[in-house]
Design a protein. Structure first.
Length: 465
């Protein structure tokens, strides 16, 4: 590969930055500019799905449901309710030989507006929220927030709303208690400092002239009506997500890292999709699945537990004139998958929760987690060593920096991913991805070289497995 110092087999202990010449480092930074733009503009699962489909179309992908026939070399996408996407690059081998699958999720922790959110208290207009996913609630106060989402109106139209991202937009936010009056609050446990029902967003304070009752709330309602033709009732059928306002930024004096909202798991989604787009030809069908609802258990029609992907595979076999129930089952069980999600990078500020020999580090490349889970690997997909051996060989053949890690010390906590769900089809699946600092905080941090190595790791997997 151009720009690399030498073709030496990298082991996971080397800092990946050291592999690159000036020219190679420039490529790392360039690739991350694209990722930063994606992360800045796509802050909901819908926005991610839309952008991935736009990118797919630009790479020649067509809607699977719009084509009558499919053959080797075709590139097809499936849009599941605007919140999950599957991309297929059809291979020369029959689908029943299995697929090479990259999977990740595109939902991120946030605060969702309730269905009846708007109210007035002491002449301030407020919005009720219900947090989504695992959040430290105290991190979401006293920071600028934006609203992204859609309202579905009774006539069938969809109103898209983004407020708080343009430099000229206002932001909204949740107040914290002043330190001067926090004597009681400061004695509370961190989980009680800010409670879920107190995550109320302040969104207005000017009363509407001549309105007698709840005039401030009425004024906010008037603004929504004027700008979006949105009635207060329309909150009933809306999905509005309150997220940190602002763009992803270079982080560190050397610009080696990225701070942004929603690295978990858009960092794996973007790298997986772009690795697939780089693929020119393939023997077995190459796939990228990007799903919703991982942060709340992969439930619902747009989560990984949904039959959506299995249905899409059946439809693809049908378009290839090769459908049978048995072939669907074989296609699934003969597959190999990198189920990608973020890992915890070692943090010098919090060394006590990590076991240093089995933790991920910034700058050491793509992270493989043989298992995740908690309390004795509970809930984990424990990948087979035979599969891991193949992956090691592939990473080394393509000079990709990789590392092995688990999420923290034994019995310190843990987490789940979508791997176990796909493993139910009896396919070979392993968890892997990019390591972060501040996971699930409003602003998460990742290393640029890890983003690039991970994309290269996915590309190598698609070529070789
Ligand atoms: Mn997560
Ligand atoms: Mn995740």
């Amino acid at each position: 590969m151009p720009g690399k110092k030498k073709e030496k087999q990298e082991n996971s202990n080397k800092n990946a930055w050291l592999k690159y010449t000036k020219e190679g480092t420039e490529k790392v930074f360039q690739y991350c500019e694209g990722y930063k733009k994606f992360l800045s503009e796509c802050k909901t699962e819908r926005e991610c799905a839309e952008e991935i489909i736009r990118m797919a179309k630009a790479s020649g992908y067509k809607d699977l449901y719009s084509v009558k026939k499919a053959k080797a070399g075709d590139k097809l996408y499936v849009n599941n309710m605007g919140k999950a996407v599957a991309l297929f690059h059809v291979g020369s081998e029959p689908l029943e030989k299995g697929m090479k699958i990259l999977g990740a999720h595109i939902d991120s922790p946030r605060l969702d507006l309730k269905q009846n959110p708007l109210y007035e208290d002491t002449e301030l207009a407020m919005l009720e929220t219900h947090y989504y996913g695992g959040v430290k609630k105290y991190q979401w106060v006293a920071i600028p927030l934006a609203i992204h989402g859609v309202a579905a109106k009774k006539d069938g139209t969809l109103v898209n709303v983004v407020i708080g991202e343009d430099d000229n937009d206002p932001v909204i936010g949740i107040s914290d208690l002043l330190i001067h009056l926090s004597a009681d609050q400061m004695e509370k446990k961190a989980s009680k400092v800010i409670e879920g029902e107190d995550l109320n967003v302040l969104c207005g304070s000017i009363p509407l002239d001549k309105e007698e009752k709840e005039a401030v709330k009425a004024n906010v309602a008037r603004l929504l009506k004027e700008k979006y033709d949105f009635e207060e009732d329309d909150f009933f059928s809306a999905e509005f997500e309150v997220v940190p306002a602002g763009k992803a930024r270079d982080y560190g004096l050397d610009r080696s890292m990225i701070m942004g909202y929603g690295h978990d798991d858009r960092i794996c989604a973007y790298t997986s999709a772009s690795a697939l787009f780089e693929l020119t030809e393939t023997d077995r069908t190459a796939v990228c699945i990007l799903v919703d609802k991982e942060e709340i258990g992969s439930v619902g029609a747009t989560g990984m537990h949904s039959k959506f992907f299995e249905n899409a595979v059946a439809e693809l076999l049908d378009r290839m004139g090769d459908y049978s129930e048995l072939k669907v089952r074989r296609a699934m069980s003969n597959s190999h998958m990198l189920s990608s999600d973020v890992s915890a990078a070692f943090d010098p500020n919090f060394p006590s929760v990590m076991e240093k020999k089995n933790t991920a580090y910034f700058g050491k490349g793509i992270v493989f987690n043989k298992y995740t889970g908690s309390r004795g690997k509970g809930g984990s997909n424990d990948a087979n060593p035979e599969f891991l051996a193949k992956l090691r060989a592939i990473m080394e053949k393509h000079s990709v920096s990789y590392q092995s890690a688990e999420l923290g010390k034994v019995d310190q906590g843990g987490g789940g991913t979508i791997a176990y769900i796909m493993a139910n089809y009896n396919m070979q699946v392993v968890d892997c991805g990019v390591a972060l600092h501040n996971m699930h905080a409003p602003w998460e941090v990742a290393s640029k070289v890890d983003v690039y190595e991970t994309k290269n790791g996915y590309a190598a997997f698609l070529k070789e497995i």
